[in-house]
Each structure stands twice: as C-alpha cells, then as structure tokens.
Design a protein around this ligand. Structure first.
Ligand SMILES: [Zn+2]
Length: 93
C-alpha cells in the first residue's frame, strides 16, 4: 500500500491544505522512492519529514501525531504533494 492508502482522509485533506498554502519549506529527493523535507509547524518549530513511497511505514515525522507511531501524517503528505503535484491533482479528480 502507498502513503495515500495508509493515511486517513483527514490527514490527506490537511496535507492538501498544507500543499496549497506552501507550508513545505524545503524538500529533496533522497532516492528514487523517497524524499526528505522540512514543513512549517502550526505552532513555531518546523517538522523534519522523511517519506518512503515504497515502504510507507518507514516514513517519519517528528510531529506529535506521527512520532514513533508509524502512521502517515499531514506533513508527510504535504511533502509528497509538493514533490509530486500530479499525485495531489489525481487525488482531487
Ligand atoms: Zn507530521
């Protein structure tokens, strides 16, 4: 399963919102299937995000929601949508 399939609908919509509001401060491609990024937090400190499309449960974010819980958070999705806008477009169709 991919990141979108593992995420809750709420996380996806909030990820879309973060993408639209350009909350991803920076990102880079790590490997063919993974990205790292920095996402602005709602209160001050930015979050460090890593996403692995091939192994979504290896994705990490240091926010309170996802930290060490192996869940997909809105910050991960914001990085995914920013790096691959077509994924967001496909979802919104
Ligand atoms: Zn997060």
């Amino acid at each position: 399963m991919g990141l979108l399939e593992l995420a809750s609908g709420n996380s996806i919509w909030r990820g879309i919102d973060y993408f639209n509001k350009k909350k991803v401060i920076s990102w880079e491609k790590v490997t063919q299937d993974s990205y790292s990024g920095i996402v602005a937090g709602s209160s001050g400190e930015p979050y460090a995000v890593y996403i692995d499309k091939q192994h979504p449960r290896k994705s990490t974010c240091n926010c309170a929601f996802a930290n060490e819980r192996r869940v997909i958070c809105k910050h991960m999705l914001a990085v995914l949508f920013t790096a691959e806008p077509n994924v967001a477009e496909d979802f919104l169709k």
